[in-house]
Design a protein around this ligand. Structure first.
Ligand SMILES: Nc1ncnc2c1[nH]c(=O)n2[C@H]1C[C@H](O)[C@@H](COP(=O)(O)OP(=O)(O)OP(=O)(O)O)O1
Length: 161
């Protein structure tokens, strides 16, 4: 099972998305994020991935935990993804080998160019709510070749620190 983070940086009416240039979800928009490394906390992972992918620095205490998403593949847990949101950052986003950053109006998030599940939970996260959900994929490997078939989602989730 993979543990990963996603981080959505909000500035006024805009959110910072990346167009992923390689790996899982290549060519799709998402928040910066990636896999938890050994010895790292979830916040450290979220801040590191934002720094590595788009060059912004985020203080750990400014990361609000906004979601816990479980992605299953053919009935087995594939990835647990911890979603963070923040309005605090330092620097300007820069493109890297892994990600092309883009400030996008929250009203115009390109859900048709994102993972199929994102349209279900990301609006709540961008409104400042919290979410907990399970999203079932079937029939493909890697995960981004699989079909999204079912989900269960709650808003107003609380998380243990
Ligand atoms: N279904 C769905 N919706 C939204 N976001 C995701 C999914 N499935 C996912 O895996 N994700 C997220 C979770 C992670 O943040 C990224 C995938 O990260 P990945 O490219 O595997 O991790 P990196 O650390 O960038 O890769 P490496 O550099 O380790 O190869 O997508």
């Amino acid at each position: 099972m993979i543990e990963a983070t996603l981080c959505f940086v909000v500035d006024g009416d805009d959110v910072l998305l990346i167009e992923k240039r390689r790996g899982l979800g290549e060519g799709w928009y998402n928040g910066p994020g990636g896999k938890l490394e050994d010895g790292e906390t979830l916040r450290e992972c979220a801040a590191r991935e934002v720094r590595e992918e788009v060059g912004l620095r985020i203080p750990l205490e400014a990361l609000e935990q906004a979601g816990e998403l479980t992605f299953t593949l053919d009935g087995e847990v594939h990835t647990v993804c911890h979603v963070f949101r923040t309005e605090t950052y330092d620097g300007e986003p820069v493109a890297t080998e892994e990600a092309h950053p883009e400030w996008v109006p929250i009203e115009d998030v390109p859900y048709d160019r994102m993972w199929d599940d994102d349209r279900l939970w990301l609006p709540a996260v961008l409104e400042g709510d919290t979410v907990e959900g399970t999203f079932a994929f079937e029939g493909g490997r890697p995960l981004d070749d699989a079909e999204f078939v079912d989900y269960d989602l709650e808003r107003g989730a609380s998380f243990e620190e």
